[in-house]
Design a protein around this ligand. Structure first.
Ligand code: 8X3
Length: 257
């Protein structure tokens, strides 16, 4: 466990940013970006070894976190008395089976991490975010939270749920000093998203990006999040949809042979 080297206290000008799912991909890139922007970063993920290494590099903190486990969320959040930004990034897809034959256990896992996980984290850190007087919750949603596609219903239903939680929270917090923002990425090539979705089948994972000249990368989304949380605090970027230039819409992807 890396110690808090700067001892952030409530009236410190340093803002504290909590990033979930920070062991790889968008989460790790966001932690790097926010640290570079001057935030004190607190990283959470199940793979403690990875986040400890990254936190040491970023002079931040790292604690193990499984957002699908309330006890884990409680333990993590008890180590974070001060928080200005929560990036609800932990999430993911499992499988790509049609509704007719999909495994409902996969769907339950996706709902747990993409919907209940963000609710658990948001509930636990909301008092600190409000107390900060300038809090932010960023939900890493998806274009899959705005449209549906064949084989994707388990994931699209879950990501629609992520977006619904965010939009509802914004309504409920109206008048409080907490922004609620959603970034909705389209095709982002990370080392794990598609590999995880297809149970480690690298051929299927690679096929997702086949012929796409420049899919987005994790740093592109981290860049968006960095921009969103560094706007003057009265500016709430409700929803930022971002796709690679080769993806005009979910089903309209230019592929070179
Ligand atoms: C990922 C976008 O198109 O794979 O959140 O569903 S997609």
């Amino acid at each position: 466990m890396s110690a808090n080297p700067i001892g952030v206290v409530p009236d410190s000008p340093t803002r504290v940013a909590v990033v979930t799912g920070a062991s790889s991909g968008i989460g790790a890139a966001t932690a790097r970006r926010l640290a570079a922007d001057g935030f004190h970063v607190v990283l959470g993920a199940r793979r403690a070894d990875r986040i400890e290494q990254l936190a040491a590099e970023l002079s931040g903190e790292a604690y193990p976190l499984d957002v699908t486990d309330q006890a884990s969320v409680d333990a993590f959040c008890s180590a974070v008395p001060v928080a200005h930004v929560l990036v609800n990034n932990a999430g993911g897809a499992v499988g790509m089976d049609p509704v007719a034959t999909a495994d409902v256990e996969d769907w339950a896992r996706m709902y747990d991490v993409n919907v209940l996980g963000v609710v658990r984290m948001t509930q636990a850190l909301l008092p600190a975010l409000i107390a900060s007087g300038r809090g932010d919750v960023v939900f890493v949603g998806s274009t899959a939270g705005m449209i549906n596609y064949e084989g994707g219903a388990g994931y699209t239903a879950a990501k629609h749920g992520t977006h619904a939680v965010a939009e509802t929270l914004r309504l409920e917090l109206c008048g409080q000093p907490v922004r609620v923002m959603v970034v909705a990425p389209g095709m982002v090539r990370t080392e794990e998203f598609s590999l995880h979705r297809f149970g480690g089948d690298s051929e299927r994972a690679e096929a997702v990006y086949a012929g796409v000249r420049e899919p987005l990368v994790a740093e592109d989304i981290a860049d968006c999040i960095g921009w969103m949380v560094t706007r003057p605090h009265h500016v709430n970027v409700d929803l930022l949809v971002v796709r690679p230039i080769a993806q005009a819409a979910q089903h309209k992807v230019h592929r070179e042979s």
